[in-house]
Design a protein around this ligand. Structure first.
Ligand code: GUN
Length: 301
């Protein structure tokens, strides 16, 4: 049987429609417009594209959207001063400093200078701590794992009791928060990484596989338990020969064409996790605006 292709793009669009409607209602009923500030430092081309897309999506949702572009030799103090200004700006509910940063800047002190109440990336230690302790009611959950979780719920429901989940990759942005979310939903979670012995053997036990390592097409069909749900977080640019011409192609960490005959459901790259991530940023920003006004939290969609 061929696996289901999980359409992250369609799900993200559905969710964005709901966010846009809730944003209009928040403005009409409470006079509040969610505000998202994105800070970009330097000229990294991939980051420029991501940031432009975040700004566009924020505007499409009806948000107040601002971008601050700083030169790549900007001083640490100047970045901290901008974050401080945004922390105190009542029109801004979400602050995101695009990573990676130029080498001379201290990423940790910048990330941790963002007010936890405006940390829509979910990178502040307060939000990480709340997520780890299971206090997600008032924590911001990092966007990529939050989006992955919604797609997993669509396939398997919100209670993952009795299911084995294997997370490949232990990053702070994806692997670790993903494991915390899966655990909260009662999955039996195994974290794996570059030092794991017999990775294919471990993955073969998984009902749910999250691949977040940045190794193109690493996960193969013979790693996969028949019927497993596979979420591919990888976005790798690889050069491939197409009709005698070298072309750059986006590919995930999972060999999609290989696993499609074995798995139960798989996210494609592009069109899977990526669109969900950016929409979850909008979800977190709307949520922040609502929480700042003392309003009840709202459901995802
Ligand atoms: N760079 C790549 N992904 C992300 C993300 O989710 N947040 C931030 N701030 N930077 C990133």
């Amino acid at each position: 049987m061929t696996a289901k292709r999980i359409d992250g793009k369609a799900k993200a669009e559905q969710l964005a429609t709901s966010i846009t409607q809730q944003t209009a209602a928040l403005l009409e009923e409470h006079g509040i417009k969610p505000g998202l500030a994105v800070v970009i430092i330097g000229e990294d081309p991939a980051s420029q594209v991501y940031v432009r897309n975040k700004g566009r999506r924020a505007e499409a949702c009806g948000f107040h959207s601002v971008q601050h572009s700083l030169p790549d030799d900007v001083a640490q103090q100047e970045v901290l001063a901008l974050v401080d200004k945004l922390n105190h700006d009542d029109a801004i509910h979400g602050i995101l400093v695009q990573l990676p940063l130029p080498g001379h800047l201290d990423e940790q002190s910048i990330t941790q200078s963002i007010s936890p109440q405006k940390d829509v990336d979910g990178f502040h230690f307060v939000n990480i701590g709340k997520l780890t302790a299971g206090h997600t009611d008032d924590a911001f959950v990092p966007c990529t794992p939050a989006g992955c979780m919604l797609m997993i719920e669509d396939e398997l429901g919100s209670d993952l009791s009795g299911l084995n989940a294997v997370v490949i990759g232990r990053s702070n942005i994806v692997g670790k928060p993903m494991a915390a979310l899966l655990l909260q939903r009662n999955a039996t979670v195994t974290m794996t990484h570059s030092r794991t012995k017999d990775l294919p053997g471990v993955v073969r036990n998984a009902d749910i596989v999250i691949a977040a390592v940045g190794r193109p097409d690493m996960v193969k069909a013979d790693w996969i338990k028949p019927g497993a749900v596979i979420i591919d977080v990888g976005i790798n640019r690889v050069d491939r020969q197409v009709d005698g011409e070298m072309k750059t192609k986006l590919t995930g960490d999972v060999d999609y064409d290989d696993v499609i005959e074995t798995a139960g459901a798989v996210t494609p790259v592009p069109g899977g996790v990526g669109p969900m991530t950016i929409t979850m940023l909008m979800f977190n920003t709307l949520r922040s605006a609502r929480l700042s006004a003392g309003l009840e939290d709202q459901a995802t969609a």
